[in-house]
Write a protein that binds this ligand. Structure first.
Ligand SMILES: [Zn+2]
Length: 268
């Protein structure tokens, strides 16, 4: 087994019901009927025999409750079942600063965090408290990030970073200023963890931007960039950030995450 090939575990930890006009930006533009739509919440684990990396950390109990989200399996419990404990201090790749991705940073006080500089700067900057942005973050989570930065635990990047052999982060922006995606090499081909650059596959396939957006042009350009990566074979498996169909697209992980997880490039 080579050190630059990983398995990607996709864990569904939460869910909610909403409607299409509440998730797609200016939905009336398309003349499509409104309808109910689900939204699921995921954390991702990238690992092999030598390395374990977490991609995002889910929402905190407080952050989820404040927004009426349903927790299906607390991320801390899912990591525990996978044998990932705080004392192992796995690297955390943070795709962006929203509450449903940052909620458990405090669970891993010794971990290195990797994120786009633009993302951190935005959430400690002057526009973060404006209502259209602030509703998507938890102040407690941002405070944890600030503390992590002060103690030198954050590795920042501008547009692209090689986190480890076979793992890269790429900043696309759009949804948030530093929204990043994670490209992982597996035995089943390269995987793009799109996080919130693509909440729903439909968003990407039908060019339907998401309602929460910092820069709409960057968001459209992000879709185009991902299409190029797919067309060029740089990406073989696209994993959306919130699509309820996700677990059906890939092999079930099975125990100890029966019904809650899928896997790409299984190693054991
Ligand atoms: Zn999200």
């Amino acid at each position: 087994m080579s050190a630059d090939r990983y398995e990607v575990v996709i864990v569904r930890y939460g869910t909610r019901q909403t409607k299409r006009s509440d998730v797609f930006l200016n939905y009336g533009v398309y003349g499509l009927p409104d309808a109910p739509i689900g939204m699921d919440y995921f954390v991702w684990v990238v690992r092999n025999a030598e390395r374990t990396v977490l991609v995002d950390t889910g929402f905190s109990a407080e952050g989820g409750a404040r927004r009426d989200r349903t927790t299906l399996l607390p991320p801390t419990e899912a990591w525990g079942r996978l044998g990932i404990h705080p004392d192992t201090a796995p690297d955390i790749l943070l795709t962006h600063g929203h509450y449903d991705h940052t909620g458990q940073i405090g669970h891993f006080p010794g971990s290195r965090i990797v994120m786009a500089r633009a993302e951190f700067d935005f959430w400690v900057g002057p526009f973060a408290r404006r209502a259209q942005f602030h509703h998507s973050v938890e102040d407690a989570d941002i405070a944890q990030l600030v503390e992590a930065e002060r103690s030198g635990r954050i590795d920042f990047f501008e547009d692209r970073i090689r986190v480890a052999p076979g793992i890269e982060m790429i900043r696309l922006g759009g949804h948030t200023p530093g929204q990043a995606v994670v490209l992982v090499q597996t035995g089943e081909g390269p995987v793009l963890l799109a996080s919130d650059a693509v909440h729903y596959l439909e968003e990407y396939e039908r060019d339907l931007p998401f309602m929460a957006v910092a820069d709409l042009v960057e968001m459209y350009a992000g879709f185009d960039r991902i299409r190029e990566l797919v067309a060029d074979g740089v990406v073989e498996h696209l994993v959306p950030g919130h699509d309820p169909a996700t677990l059906d697209l890939f092999a079930p992980y099975g125990p100890p995450l029966e019904g809650a997880a899928a896997v790409i490039g299984r190693l054991s």
